[in-house]
Design a protein around this ligand. Structure first.
Ligand code: TPP
Ligand code: DXP
Ligand code: MG
Length: 627
């Protein structure tokens, strides 16, 4: 069956009687491929029938499907002629794990961050209607994505389509899961709605539905005939959406392909904004993923037979994430004012261990990074010491909350900027390469960049015992470096440290680029140089005294960062040197003004010229003659 699917719309050739078989084959294909490459499995297993039904009803590339986050778009990719791409899924120069218009004209919009789909789809629909075309536009968002504020901003704005008699379809794929168990009032509301009997109805059939309810149905229907809304209020789920002016249909079984097709076909005919609530099972069809949907949300290569992850390539030491979460949890034992906050990523940030120890001081606010920071500001204003862990890329959303809610009031909180630097396989939407730029611009904010696990521990301890104001500590995805751990000196605000004293050339590798920077130092020693190696430790405030001390005996000062150069660490160091009339050469190595695609961190560093060999060659050219 799946062999017949090689181009967009090929699924229309499949007969209804064969949907189950096709779904089975798609699940097998997902398992065979993702178990080898790693990727987002559970969400895609849960979206098989939903995506098949959408592809049966829509015409690609004319009609447009906007995925929220986009991690659940693998089936869409299979059905639009990209089966072969799965051999290189999320690999360098291979197929992306998210929708990408540059990869296929069947991908309506790129995505990777949550809760954006309705807003984007509304924009596409607005353009369609102003241009007078007639394509069908559909947003697919999960129940987790519906905990993100942007979804409500868009729903609020979408409501006007009813009186304008304009089409937009939103599919709410409700599997009760974000990455972990979904949280919050909306999740509770959906639980209540899900508990109602399956309800597929369109305007005007409410009484008919009521009459079917034995005994109480008829009198209620008669008694309430006067006000349809009252009837709906009592029996029709999704009243919240209806009250907003959005037609709600559901909840319906998200694994019943014929029912989904019929529902979508009818929805396509309506000239109004519609939300169709489908109920699915995350990880459906693979028992290990059904049992542990959080573990199989984003998974490395694993054995299909046992469900066990294949041996990881990492050195096996603790990750920076482990060290951050363990340190916060340890400190919380002695300080009851410490709280922990995550935005729907308790496992990814490691804070699930804080929750186990201090459930009353742990808060998962849903996919709501802006709220997470404002929430921390409120707690800090009352003397608590919140520690929020947010991935660098997702923290971009909370720039104003850090500035407006936390920094102006110099409120004391720790922000663990996890996944800082290149993350690799998740690509452009997830690389944590902007945090130095966006955080450094905010007054009263402290920005720290540890070079190894022990320094991260010391910086977290400094922040939660001595620090003041909003303090960000940035750390990479993966195993913590142990380089220079035995040369650690106490953390003093705004003070860096000199790891190797030399002359001529000064190297300033920031944070997790120290491993590459130290290798450059060794390469240069082999070339007859004796470079000075500096651990900057603080991006904000910079150690101006240390930087100026390099001016005397060094004719080349090189900064290195795994972040964009614009507004980065290097530019700030250069500014200080310029202010003090440094006469030598300053060079900043980092990421030019660009986004960075998916691949391994090693491959991406090489491509960007921030690996040790590339940096060594650059420095040898800049210094010219030997030492
Ligand atoms: C702004 C933002 N925060 C966090 C994430 C990380 N993230 C990716 S998928 C996901 C859960 C999404 O849950 P849901 O929308 O229900 O989709 P499901 O995986 O259940 O199909 C989260 C938190 C993200 N992509 N974007
Ligand atoms: C799709 C998404 O945004 C998350 O699943 C993200 O991919 C998790 O990244 P880590 O694997 O680094 O936790
Ligand atoms: Mg979900």
């Amino acid at each position: 069956m799946l062999e017949q699917i090689n181009h967009p719309n090929d699924i229309k050739k499949i007969e209804r009687k064969d949907y189950r078989l096709l779904a089975k084959e798609i699940r097998k294909f997902l398992l065979m491929n993702v178990s080898r490459t790693g990727g987002h499995l559970a969400s895609n297993l849960g979206a098989v029938e939903l995506t098949m039904a959408l592809h049966t009803v829509l015409d690609f590339p004319k009609d447009q499907l906007v995925f929220d986050v986009g991690h659940q778009s693998y089936v869409h990719k299979i059905l639009t002629g990209r089966k072969d791409g799965f051999a290189s899924l999320r690999q360098f120069h291979g197929m992306s794990g998210f929708p990408k218009p540059t990869e296929s004209d069947c991908d309506a919009f790129h995505s990777g961050h949550s809760s954006t789909s309705i807003g984007v789809a509304l924009g596409l629909a607005q353009a369609r209607d102003l241009k007078g075309t007639d394509e069908t536009i559909v947003a697919v968002l999960g129940d987790g994505a519906l905990s993100g504020g942007m979804a409500y901003e868009a729903l609020n704005n979408m409501a006007r389509l009813r009186e304008e008699k304009r089409k937009l379809i939103v599919i709410l794929n409700d599997n009760k899961m974000s990455i972990s168990e979904n949280v919050g009032g909306m999740s509770g509301y959906l639980n209540k709605v899900r508990s109602k009997k399956e309800y597929v109805d369109f305007k005007g059939n409410v009484e008919k539905s009521l009459m079917q309810i034995p005994v109480v149905g008829e009198p209620i229907a008669k008694g309430l005939k006067r006000s349809k809304d009252s009837i709906k209020q009592l029996f029709v789920p999704g009243m919240m959406f209806e009250d907003m002016g959005i037609t709600y249909i559901g909840p319906i079984d998200g694994h019943n392909t014929p029912l989904l097709i019929d529902t979508f076909e009818r929805a396509k005919q309506l000239d109004e904004p519609i939300i169709i609530h489908v109920v699915t099972k995350k990880g459906k069809g693979y028992r290990y993923a059904e049992k542990e949907p959080a573990r199989f949300h984003g998974v490395g290569p694993f054995s299909v037979r046992t469900g066990k992850n294949l041996p990881a390539q990492s050195s096996g030491g603790p990750s920076y994430t482990d060290i951050f979460a363990d340190t916060v949890t340890e400190l919380a034992k002695k300080d009851e004012t410490i709280t922990a906050v995550t935005a729907a990523m308790p496992e990814g940030t490691g804070l699930e261990r804080f929750k186990e120890q201090f459930p009353e001081r742990f808060f998962d606010v849903g996919i709501a990074e802006q709220h997470a920071i404002a929430f921390c500001a409120g707690m800090a204003a009352k003397g608590l010491k919140p520690a929020a862990a947010v991935y660098s890329t997702f923290l971009q959303r909370a720039y104003d909350q850090i500035l407006h809610d936390a920094a102006i009031g110099r409120l004391t909180m720790l922000i663990g900027v996890d996944r800082s630097g290149l993350v690799g396989a998740d690509g452009e939407t997830h690389q944590g390469i902007f945090d130095v730029s966006y955080l450094s611009s905010i007054p009263n904010v402290t920005v720290m960049a540890p070079v190894n696990g022990r320094e991260l521990k010391e910086m977290v301890t400094y922040a939660l015992t001595k620090g003041e104001g909003p303090m960000a500590v940035k750390y990479a995805r993966g195993t913590a470096s142990t380089l220079f751990e035995d040369e650690l000196t106490p953390i003093l605000r705004g003070k860096g440290s000199i790891l190797r004293q030399g002359s001529e050339i000064a190297l300033l590798p920031l944070g997790n680029l120290m491993e590459e920077g130290a290798a450059v130092c060794e390469n240069l020693v082999k070339e007859g140089f004796k470079p000075t190696l500096v651990n900057p430790r603080f991006v904000k405030p910079l150690d101006e005294e240390l930087i100026c001390s390099l001016m005397k005996n060094h004719r080349l000062i090189v900064t290195m960062e795994e972040g964009v150069l614009n507004g980065g660490f290097g530019q700030q160091v250069t500014q200080i040197l310029a202010n003090h009339d440094y006469k030598g050469r300053v060079r900043n190595i980092g990421i030019d003004d660009r986004f960075v695609e998916h691949g391994s961190v090693k491959q991406l560093r090489k491509m960007l010229g921030i690996d040790s060999d590339s940096m060594t060659e650059k420095i040898k050219a800049w210094i010219g003659d030997k030492g």
